[in-house]
Design a protein around this ligand. Structure first.
Ligand SMILES: [Zn+2]
Ligand SMILES: [Zn+2]
Length: 432
């Protein structure tokens, strides 16, 4: 039902297909995810950048690639009131490169290291279990061409997974060569596949001309049969690419990062080069083997978007999948709960406790009504999971006192109100 119709009929409006709400309970997990990932990327010297969720459509056409499914089928593109074509960002890198150029960050001494986190938008078939608004964290490093930065970027991805407790994954790695060696490899590949072309899926038949490397990562098992024994880019690297590849492998070995060399891993677009990698989780919670992080070198993208030639490497990771692999977060409970027959006194005490940095809840009476009885308020304190009740009955109010009661063991102490904060500081911490 259309939203306007639904409103007229008084029917609750549903969220658009492919979107979802992150509700209390779940938000706690997302906060934890952010709190665990930020220190890892910051420690490695990556600085946060926040770019708009929509950009000129042209940016993604050039920066993601006109031959990709993303640009062809999956973008949320619309004309604004001035008839400009805008698109909700389907991924993070293009916007980061645009901002890197807009702000002259290319003039800073390299490497310039950036990270981002936020929602991305793709019009995908929802039966695949993918959301149309989903979230990614990503890092990008500009200005360094040696393999050390590739190794760093991969290690940061691995450390991010460790930080959020994701364990069962492999690092798949490949090199797809550069502008010098890839055109020749493309021809070698086409020659090897040409006789089988008619047996390939429609996508692969299209890719044969447009984007032959992409044939290799086709998900169809029938196609993969035909690619058995197909030539590998690794066997066709130019001397520079080969030494970059060997340098990266020895660095990762030195760092103790186990990798799976995967000749089928590719990025089909011209501005990708050399290193490509994916972190692939093997976890029943995600179903089959599932990519949780993907990245690589994109040495020609900055140029493609109008900047100076700038080597670059980075990755993006899907937060929905990672959050599925995390342990559930602890419930959000207040540390303290005020039990008091006077609404103004209760609110006053709660505010003082909160301003000292301790969470505090209280009873809210209806308009014109009075707070619930003592027993009901204590029950309510219990229900919220508060660790302590701060009891101010008529007696305590008169004497300027408060009874602090442990909801765990029932022990209690009656103290002057002005000593309450010191008592809390000594006896409890938020969340304990
Ligand atoms: Zn090369
Ligand atoms: Zn195929």
């Amino acid at each position: 039902m259309k939203a306007e119709k639904a409103e007229a009929a008084g029917v609750a409006i549903q969220p658009p297909r492919g979107t979802y709400d992150i509700v209390p309970g779940e938000t706690r997990k997302w906060q934890a995810l952010e709190a665990l990932l930020c220190p890892v990327v910051s420690a490695a010297g990556y600085k946060e950048i926040r770019t708009p969720v929509f950009e000129h459509t042209e940016l993604f056409k050039r920066g993601v690639g006109e031959t990709t499914d993303i640009v062809n089928k999956e973008m949320y593109t619309f004309a604004d009131k001035s008839e400009r074509s805008l698109t909700l960002r389907p991924e993070g890198t293009a916007g980061v490169v645009r901002a890197y150029l807009s702000h002259g960050l290319s003039r800073q001494s390299p490497p310039v290291k950036l990270w981002y986190m936020g929602p991305m938008f793709r019009y995908e078939r929802t039966q695949t279990g993918r959301q149309r608004q989903f979230h990614q964290i990503g890092i990008e490093a500009f200005g360094s061409e040696g393999p050390a930065i590739d190794a760093e970027v991969i290690v940061v991805a691995v450390d991010c997974m460790a930080a959020v407790g994701v364990k069962n994954f492999q690092v798949h790695l490949n090199s797809i060569g550069c502008r010098q060696c890839r055109p020749r490899f493309r021809e070698i590949l086409k020659e090897a596949i040409a006789s089988k072309r008619q047996y390939l899926c429609q996508d692969c038949q299209d890719r044969f001309e447009r984007n032959p490397l992409r044939m290799l990562d086709c998900k169809s098992p029938a196609c993969q049969e035909h690619y058995q024994g197909a030539p590998a880019s690794l066997d066709n690297l130019c001397p520079d690419c080969l030494s970059h590849w060997q340098g990266l492998l020895s660095l990762l070995a030195e760092l103790g990062v186990a990798v799976v060399i995967n000749e089928r891993l590719v990025r089909g677009l011209d501005y990708y080069g050399r290193t490509v990698f994916e972190l692939i989780a093997d976890d029943t919670r995600l179903g089959v083997q599932s990519t949780i992080c993907a990245g690589g070198r994109y040495d020609y993208l900055v140029e493609t978007l109008g900047g100076p030639p700038t080597p670059a490497v980075g990755w993006a990771a899907g937060l929905e999948r990672i959050s599925l692999l995390m342990e559930p977060a602890q419930a959000e409970t207040p540390l303290t709960f005020v039990v008091c027959p006077s609404a103004p006194a209760a609110l006053k005490l709660a505010c003082a406790v909160r301003r000292a940095g301790f969470s505090c809840e209280l009873d809210f009476p209806p308009q014109g009504g009075s707070p619930r009885g003592f027993a009901r308020q204590l029950q309510q304190a219990n229900k919220t999971g508060a660790a302590w009740s701060l009891i101010q009955g008529e007696d305590e109010l008169q004497g300027g006192e408060v009874t602090v009661k442990s909801m765990k063991d029932g022990s209690q102490a009656r103290i002057p109100v002005e000593k309450l904060i010191a008592f809390l500081q000594e006896n409890c911490r938020n969340g304990v």
